[in-house]
Design a protein around this ligand. Structure first.
Ligand code: C2E
Ligand code: CA
Ligand code: CA
Ligand code: CA
Length: 280
């Protein structure tokens, strides 16, 4: 048993060290990666379920590291959070998304297209956060009502009073707000009513579960009904099949996003797609 324990210890320690080394490597490479354009954005279409029209896109970050290859955004966002680089990275992403979007789709306003950008915890918690969003809008002249900011339940739940102030300030700027990954955190819709939020994004795990029949379907129906009663519209994430889309339509969801309609793609491809009606 002792050998076994020592054996598993030997196996475990190097992998931990390796993970720590990778994190340290990513952290030290991150500033140059931003400068050199190794970090870029892909855009996934959002589709209106009634008209089947493309109504916007979500910017999703990518890092092509020269040695490590593609690094998951989940990993490098976490590294940026841990090392205090999240403010800088978040601003870089916001500016780059606006520049990409406005450059490829100069008539976004007349087409009613929106741009969704993910915010992370450390970014939202910074005191200059609202000013930095205002600054980005002023510097680019981007119409605020075309910008949708995605927050998570955790960001709202930790310091609800401050978060409620921040979300109100963002709404006052004219931006739209969405709660991302709904159902994966610990908040209830009852708590969310204190925030002025426009959209609720139902997490992909619930959409996957829809195949499971009446129980999971009832959960999604209930979430949609409650969100509607609080004045929020629904975006369902991770829609991969026509059956899922049909269920969501019948349950009253407004917007869908997922591989059925398009994977994250370069902004030029999104601009071309937005010129047509979405046909999965
Ligand atoms: P998220 O915000 O929930 O983004 C949705 C994720 O689901 C994306 O993964 C997207 O590519 C993936 N996805 C979309 N449709 C489907 C589908 O039909 N099937 C499956 N299997 N997956 C689908 P991605 O791009 O790897 O991003 C992962 C997470 O990393 C994001 O989850 C978000 O939390 C974070 N992230 C990505 N970009 C940014 C960013 O610019 N800023 C911040 N703060 N976080 C970001
Ligand atoms: Ca998101
Ligand atoms: Ca999500
Ligand atoms: Ca997610």
């Amino acid at each position: 048993a002792k050998t076994e324990a020592r054996g598993s210890l030997r196996y475990f320690t190097p992998s931990l060290q390796e993970a720590a080394q990778t994190r340290a490597k990513l952290a030290s490479a991150l500033p140059a990666a931003m400068r050199e354009g190794q970090i870029f954005l892909l855009y996934q279409p959002l589709i209106d379920l009634q008209s089947e029209a493309v109504i916007g896109c979500e910017a999703l970050a990518r890092w092509k590291h020269p040695e490590l290859g593609m690094v998951s955004p989940v990993q490098f966002i976490a590294v940026a959070e841990e090392t205090g680089l999240i403010g800088e990275l978040g601003l870089y992403i916001l500016h780059r998304a606006i520049r990409d979007f406005a450059g490829a789709i100069p008539d976004a306003g007349s087409k009613n297209l929106t741009l969704s950008v993910n915010l992370s915890f450390g970014q939202f918690a910074e005191s200059e956060f609202v000013d930095s969003i205002r600054g980005a809008l002023d510097a680019t002249g981007f119409p605020p009502e075309r910008l949708e900011l995605e927050l998570t339940e955790t960001m709202l739940a930790l310091e609800p009073e401050r978060a409620s102030e921040t979300t109100r300030a963002l709404s006052a700027l004219g931006c739209k707000l969405a709660i991302d990954d709904f159902g994966t955190g610990y908040s209830s819709l009852a708590q969310l009513r204190h925030f002025s939020v426009d959209y609720l994004k139902i997490d992909r795990s619930f959409v996957v579960d829809l195949e499971g029949g009446e129980g999971p379907q009832a959960v999604v129906r209930a979430a949609i009904a409650m969100a509607h009663s609080l004045g929020m519209a629904i975006i369902a994430e991770g829609v991969e099949t026509l059956e899922q889309a049909e269920f969501l339509r019948s349950a009253g969801a407004e917007v869908v996003q997922g591989y059925l309609y398009g994977k994250p793609m370069p902004i030029e491809d999104f601009a071309a797609m937005a010129g047509e009606i979405a046909k999965p």
